[in-house]
Write a protein that binds this ligand. Structure first.
Ligand code: ZN
Ligand code: ZN
Ligand code: ZN
Length: 306
């Protein structure tokens, strides 16, 4: 079968099962591992009315944020940021990372977004970066052929390059802050970069001709490749939460249910390759684990794809 090529960042497995959200969960170790921007774009375009309503409200909130920033009202700024993120995920629930499936996780995720955005907005270094970005944005010029407005590439790519670097640098800074430690679990840094760039790409793609679009996707690291893979051996199992039928490839430890967004644990025990003793599978089965009896390091999934 021909599939879009996604390789798990943790265990190296290819993505096999169909998916309904823009987020790719590994079929072997259950890690949140990649983003398919095309599905993100589908949700974005599904209801033009909804997207217009969203954009209008976003402009309104952005203006208020700008006002609070100029007044130096940090408290109100943080409250508005939180309100914005909550509005964003209630409007597009499909964009909520699959790792966030409990109300308390959602609250923590939104709180962190609000605090982090506020810290960056009030920080001189990042404030300056944001100003540079908006200068590049307002320099973008358009052509108007029959097919609709297209950006002039020489005005667009400097902004795109700057933005991509800005996202990478700011997220590197963000993940190095111990206050946001929990984010490593909720949203791995490499996936976070892709998530941000995927949203950026979906806004600009309609304004680019095919050549520029391909260049843009390549720069953003979102180009999709297709590969021919043999469907692995496996079995059908019901989701333990919603009874949906799931395909469980042989050798898998965790399979995600796209219907109810729950991870199904497939194997709780593994047999040590050295002494044969039965051990508990760690929470993250892609990590090497030492046998609790003989100390030998076992790799549970990698050998399959090594
Ligand atoms: Zn994996
Ligand atoms: Zn389910
Ligand atoms: Zn052992």
């Amino acid at each position: 079968m021909k599939v879009k090529k996604f390789i798990c960042i943790n265990c190296g497995a290819p993505k096999i099962n169909d998916y309904k959200s823009p987020y790719i969960i590994c079929d072997y170790c259950g890690s949140f591992t990649d983003v398919d921007y095309t599905l993100g774009l589908d949700f974005w375009k599904a209801s033009p009315e909804k997207t217009m309503m969203y954009m209008a409200k976003k402009v309104q909130i952005t203006n208020n944020l700008q006002l609070m920033l100029s007044k130096g009202n940090r408290y109100e700024y943080a409250r508005l940021q939180r309100e914005y993120w909550d509005f964003y995920y209630t409007t597009y629930p499909e964009y909520l990372p699959p790792t966030i499936d409990k109300p308390e996780e959602y609250k923590m995720y939104i709180d962190i977004a609000g605090i982090a955005m506020t810290n960056y907005a009030f920080d001189e270094f990042w404030k300056n970066k944001a100003v540079q970005l908006s200068v590049l944005q307002s320099a973008i010029k358009y052509d108007y052929p029959q097919t609709g407005a297209k950006v002039k590439p020489e005005t667009f790519f400097p902004m795109a390059e700057f933005y991509i670097q800005y996202v990478k640098d700011s997220l590197r800074d963000y993940y190095s802050n111990p206050e946001y430690e929990i984010m490593n679990e909720l949203l791995p840094p490499t996936v976070h970069v892709k998530m941000k760039l995927s949203m950026f790409v979906q806004i600009w793609l309609p304004y680019l001709n095919e050549t520029d679009a391909n260049k843009f996707l390549k720069m953003s690291g979102l180009s999709l490749e297709y590969v021919e893979i043999k469907k692995p051996e496996g079995r059908i199992q019901e989701c333990s939460n919603c009874n949906e039928e799931l395909f469980v490839p042989a050798g898998s430890y965790k399979v995600y249910c796209e219907k109810c967004r729950k991870i199904n644990t497939i194997n709780k025990k593994f047999i040590c390759m050295s002494c044969g003793a039965e051990n508990d599978v760690p929470n993250n089965p892609s990590k090497p684990i030492n046998c609790s009896y003989c100390g030998t390091e076992n790799r549970l999934i990698q050998p399959l794809f090594g």
